[in-house]
Design a protein around this ligand. Structure first.
Ligand SMILES: O=C(O)C(=O)C[C@]1(C(=O)O)C=C[C@@H](O)C=C1
Length: 91
């Protein structure tokens, strides 16, 4: 945790340090959620492969890309592609 001196309270430096602490905490949570997503995705992929299917399910990926694009615009598509690569590897 970043410490601020009493004199720094209410300064731009203190506001930035405080916001950065919140960003770091959010990033920790986002990374944890991504790791959780990877584990859940692995279960789906392993189950499908064990029952004779393929690792990749393209129509499902299109749905996911669309959801991220609708929520976040064009960069959302790139983010979803990165997430999918983390979860199922490169295709
Ligand atoms: O939903 C599935 O069918 C999955 O296998 C999960 C997942 C994903 O990580 O979202 C991974 C690989 C597939 O190509 C599609 C989606």
């Amino acid at each position: 945790m970043t410490t601020t001196t009493p004199e720094a309270t209410g300064t731009p430096e203190a506001a930035i340090a405080d916001a950065r602490e919140r960003i770091d905490a959010l990033d920790d949570r986002i990374i944890g959620l991504i790791q959780e997503r990877m584990a859940v995705s692995a279960v789906v992929q392993q189950t499908r492969i064990a029952s004779g299917g393929r690792r990749v399910h393209l129509s499902r990926e299109m749905e996911i890309l669309g959801r991220y694009r609708d929520a976040l615009g064009k960069p959302g598509t790139g983010l979803a592609m990165t997430l999918l690569e983390l979860c199922r590897g490169r295709i």
